[in-house]
Every structure is written in C-alpha cells, then in structure tokens.
Design a protein around this ligand. Structure first.
Ligand SMILES: Nc1ncnc2c1ncn2[C@@H]1O[C@H](COP(=O)(O)OS(=O)(=O)O)[C@@H](OP(=O)(O)O)[C@H]1O
Ligand SMILES: [Mg+2]
Length: 375
C-alpha cells in the first residue's frame, strides 16, 4: 500500500493507534489489578476517563505533529469537566499518562515532543478535536476508547481512528488490544469468558487497518516492552469468511440489551435460519471479527430514540467492506458519514455481513420481522 493515495496518512494513523493501544494496555492493567470492589467502582470510572482523555490527547497531538496542526478531528471527548478546578488531580494523571506515552513515540517510528507537554498543551490537544465533520474537506474521526464497559471489565475494547474525505471514509484503523490473534481465538475466548489477568501473553492484541478501494485489509500484532514497530510489522492480510450457509454462520451483537434489541435480532436470526447462539462482544471488535472471518454477521438494533455516532462505526465499516464484506443500514442503504457527527437517516439498524448472499437474506428478514413485530 506504500505508494497509494493516503499512504502517508495511513502509515501515521496505524502507528498512532499502536501507541494508543500501548497506553490503554497500561491503564487497563492498573484497572484490573485493583482488588477491593469498593475502590474498584470508584477507580473504574476515573481510570476509564483517564484512558479516554489520554488517548484523545495523544492521538490529536501526534496527528497534528505528523500531518500539520490544521487537521480537523472529530472525537468523543471534550474538556469541560477535565478543566474544572476539582479535576486537577485527574488532569495531572492524564498529563502523566500522555507524556509517558509520547516519550515512547520513536519506538513507534514517530517523533514525540522535545519536552514534556504542560497541562494546558494537553487540554489544547483534547479540545482541538471538536470538529463536527461533514461532507466537505477531510476529517479524522476518533473513538479513543470504544466499548467502555469492555474496558472496565477487562474484556474487549477498541481504539478506532478513521479518516473521512468528501463525506466518504477513506482510512480505517482499529486497535484491538485484547483481540486473540490465534485462529478462532475470539470465539473460544468469548465462550470461556476468560479474565484478562489469566490471558496467555503474546497471544492477544492487534491493529487492523485498511484504505478505501484497496480491496485489502491488514492485521499487525501489537509490539510489547522494548520492541520497535518495524513497518509492516508482520502484517497479515485479513479476509471475510466464505461461509454463506446461514446454518453455519455466526452472528455478533452488542453485549448490552440497552445498546441493541436482542429479542428482535433473535427473531431475525430465526427467520434467516441462523442456528448458532449470538456471539456477544463489546465494542467495534464486532466489525473486526467479521473482517477477520471469525463471524459472518453483525446485527445492531439500537432504540429508535438513539442516534448512532460516526466514531462508533467509520473505521469498522471500512474494514469489513475492504476485507470483502457488506455493511448497510437495515433497509439496505449505505451508511452516510457525510452529515456530521451522527449517522443521519439510519433505517432501523445496522447489518454487516461477510457476503452479499447472507446480507440480502438478513435485509429481507428484518423487513419480515419488523412487519410482524408491529402487527
Ligand atoms: N442507547 C444506545 N444504543 C446504542 N448504542 C449506544 C447507546 N448508548 C451508547 N451507545 C453507543 O454504543 C457504544 C457501545 O456499543 P457496543 O456495541 O460496544 O455495546 S456493548 O457494550 O457491547 O453492549 C458506545 O460506545 P462507547 O461509549 O465508546 O463504549 C456508545 O457510543
Ligand atoms: Mg464508542
């Protein structure tokens, strides 16, 4: 991919997401090593927010450094609560985590700051991500920690970075620090519900990435300890599954019922002839599972009052598409990333599939189930 359009942007984005994965791994380790339940619930919240803000500051600072400070970034976090006087110790932790991460930039083939960033520089980096996207120009789209619940529970989460140009997603990068990289790893892992502190070392963690119209998607393992990120860092091509028989297909959905209607999805699954139990996975790792061929279908039916955000989908959607899959809303229409921070006009839900045959069946079944559920 080296000589193609956006190759510099893709290269920088992948390296930055590797840095963010390393940052999150450290913070999540702290989180799961806290034992007392009481301390945990209090600490959980602040550690997640530390990770969110620190990733956003790091990615924002590194992208501006590598690509110019004029870049537009759309991201989930703002600095309102972090700037308040009562948040000073939280801010101090964020500044430490960010500087610790930036100090290692050369390990990832990037240039960090000459000296440590001050609190106001960190706040500036976070608040610089207040763009609202749109149809014109180029916008980076970041979900610093997607799958907050997975992160807190020591389970799956993702760092999602995409670039939208002229309203189209051109680059998609997903950092998945707990993704089991061995064959069939995710299925086995989810069924056994392993606690991460027991995870076999060296077998989890990767960055998946793609560029629009490349018809290719890649996966690199994370680097650990003192290793250097040497491009292409053992990148492997990933591809969607070739299974088109519903009876053999695996479908993913959000873990929480509040994020997707499990019983409606079960009805659609039954209608299509899916036989396996749903694979419930936190975060955009669900898109990664389709792109990597570990599952064939991802169904998401949020409540009608909820508006899906572009940072929860942009990177994952492009990954699935370039790995050979199909993603649309439940009416079969393409997702529209050109309307600002929301996926406006979304018809009921989102369906991602490994191929057209399954996708057509799913769309048909959503129509049928919708009609009968509204009788
Ligand atoms: N009501 C409702 N319906 C649908 N989606 C919602 C809703 N509320 C939030 N969100 C967004 O969903 C993101 C988490 O989705 P997941 O697929 O990871 O869900 S789950 O944790 O597995 O249940 C989650 O992303 P993170 O906040 O980054 O975790 C939210 O952006
Ligand atoms: Mg999210």
């Amino acid at each position: 991919m080296e000589n193609d359009e956006f190759s510099k942007e893709l290269n920088v984005a992948v390296r930055v997401v590797h840095m963010a994965c390393s940052l999150c791994e450290k913070v999540q380790k702290q989180l799961i090593s806290t034992n007392s339940d009481q301390v945990r619930s209090k600490d959980d919240h602040s550690l997640v927010t530390v990770a969110d803000w620190s990733v956003q500051a790091t990615v924002s600072w590194m992208l501006a450094k590598a690509l110019g400070s004029h870049i537009s970034i759309v991201a989930e976090e703002d600095t309102e609560s972090l700037s308040r006087p009562e948040s000073s110790s939280l801010l101090a932790r964020v500044v430490d985590v960010v500087n610790e991460c930036l100090a290692e930039a050369t390990r990832f083939g990037l240039q960090g700051p000459v000296s440590a960033l001050s609190a106001s520089q960190v706040l500036d980096a976070i608040s610089r991500c207040s763009s609202i996207g749109g149809r014109t120009g180029r916008h980076w789209v970041l979900d610093p920690v997607d799958g907050t619940l997975g992160f807190v529970r020591g389970d799956q989460y993702a760092i999602a970075l995409a670039m939208i140009d002229g309203g189209d997603v051109k680059i998609g990068v997903l950092g998945c620090p707990n993704y089991p990289v061995k064959d069939d790893g995710l299925k086995k892992y989810s069924q056994q519900n392993l606690i991460l502190s027991n995870k076999p070392s060296g077998e989890v963690g990767c960055v998946m990435y793609t560029r629009k119209d490349s018809r290719k998607a890649w996966m690199q393992p994370l680097i650990h300890r003192d290793e250097m990120l040497e491009w292409p860092n053992s990148a492997k091509l990933i591809r969607v599954s070739s299974i088109s028989n519903p009876a053999l297909a695996t479908f993913c959905e959000p873990v929480e019922k509040s994020n997707s209607d499990h019983s409606f999805a079960a009805g659609v699954a039954c209608n299509v002839g899916l036989r396996k139990k749903p694979l419930r996975v936190y975060s955009m790792v669900k898109y990664a599972a389709i792109a990597r061929g570990e599952a064939e279908i991802y169904m998401r039916f949020a409540s009608s009052s909820y508006k899906e955000k572009i940072w929860d989908h942009a990177a994952g959607v492009l990954l699935v598409q370039e790995a050979g899959g199909v993603v649309t809303d439940s009416g079969g229409h393409p997702l529209d990333f050109s309307k600002g921070i929301y996926l406006e006009g979304l018809d009921r839900g989102i369906i991602a599939c490994s191929g057209h045959q399954l996708h057509e069946k799913l769309i048909g079944a959503v129509y049928a189930s919708w009609e009968s559920s509204n009788l």
